[in-house]
Design a protein around this ligand. Structure first.
Ligand code: 8YV
Length: 329
């Protein structure tokens, strides 16, 4: 009998997904969810033809060079800035991600963070828990209106469009967007979204939502200069990636009330959070959970696993990020 191909599952995942992988592969797993250094990850990859990673594991030229047997890395995330895709292609390694299965769940969370930020939900809860609530008052935690206001979405991919639909159809919001390319007229009409320059968006939006993928080009899309263009009553929400916002500049702007509030699910250098963000009250902070419902995280893990099986048994990934020559199983 032929031995099963060996794969690495680099982080803890749903036991049922691990079990399904074990039917097809010899699996080395990490169910204790240890955080491996790059050197340890490189070492664990030895002898593996496939790997399942999350956004926290970096796949770069050095790791690929030390593992010439590797044929596919399946990311359990739609974002893939942890992958050096050109290096993977050059090394003949298939890259895959998990698009679509998380779109609506992540758009829901973007809206949740927008509501919590505009309506000061966590700030007021902290006040109540601290025993400071002694009486009702007319302006207690008075926040910004959401329904009927203007949202500016930067990054109009699948998740951005999901947020636009919620904003336009559910909350009667005026939707502006900025993106590298314009949507088709049909999609713009469906999302009731109007394309504007980044500057016009920053100047007129009551709520700015960031849903752009991270790249050298999108690094610090929002920094001191952009924050200065926003309305003093505006809110900013980042559900995209750390590094898209200059967190130090944002903390300063929040402390100075240059903008009203921010909601952040992602951070530069996470899981570390800029200490100045922890000091300001007008920011809602969550630990990178936008896709985290049981159903969606299971679907993401299953799709990543299915990519490994499809590529290593049939030579074709389901949601590939690159084209690899000589990919036959
Ligand atoms: C993941 C995400 O949970 O899909 C993405 O790009 O940011 C999240 O949904 C995270 O990257 C862990 O893989």
């Amino acid at each position: 009998m032929m031995s099963k191909p060996s794969i690495l599952v680099a982080r803890a995942i749903f036991p049922e997904v691990l079990q399904s992988l074990a039917q097809v592969f010899e699996v080395e797993s990490n169910q204790s969810d240890e955080v491996w250094s790059p050197a340890e990850l490189t070492r664990r990859m030895q002898g593996k033809v496939g790997a399942l990673t999350t956004g926290s594991e970096r796949i770069d030229a050095a790791l690929l060079q030390a593992n010439p047997q590797l044929r596919i890395v399946a990311n359990m995330a739609v974002g893939f800035n942890n992958f050096d895709v050109p290096a993977m292609t050059a090394a003949g390694v298939q890259a895959s991600n998990t698009p679509d299965v998380l779109t609506e769940t992540t758009a829901d969370f973007g809206f949740a963070l927008l509501m919590a930020t505009a309506r000061r939900i966590t700030e007021s809860e902290h006040y109540l828990r601290a025993g400071l609530w002694t009486k009702w008052s007319y302006d207690m935690f008075a926040g910004a209106e959401v329904h009927g206001s203007t949202i500016g979405i930067i990054g109009m991919g699948r998740i951005g469009q999901g947020i636009a639909r919620r904003a336009a159809h559910g909350f009667g919001m005026n939707v502006l967007y900025h993106n590298r390319s314009r949507l088709s007229a049909e999609l713009e009409a469906e999302c009731k979204a109007r394309y504007v320059s980044k500057q016009a968006l920053l100047q007129s939006a009551d709520h700015v939502m960031l849903v752009v993928p991270y790249s050298a080009e999108s690094h610090h899309t929002i920094g001191a200069a952009e924050l200065a263009q926003m309305k003093p009553t505006a809110t900013l929400v980042n559900i995209a990636r750390g590094g898209i916002v200059d967190d130090a500049a944002l903390a300063k702007a929040l402390a100075a009330r240059q903008i009203a509030a921010a909601g952040l699910d992602v951070f530069e250098g996470e899981p570390s959070v800029h200490p100045d963000l922890l000091k300001v009250p007008n920011v809602v902070l969550t630990p990178h959970i936008a896709s985290s419902t049981v159903k969606t995280r299971l679907a993401m893990a299953q799709l990543a696993a299915d990519n490994l099986v499809a590529y290593l048994t049939r030579g074709q990934a389901l949601t590939p990020l690159n084209t690899v020559t000589g990919s036959a199983a």
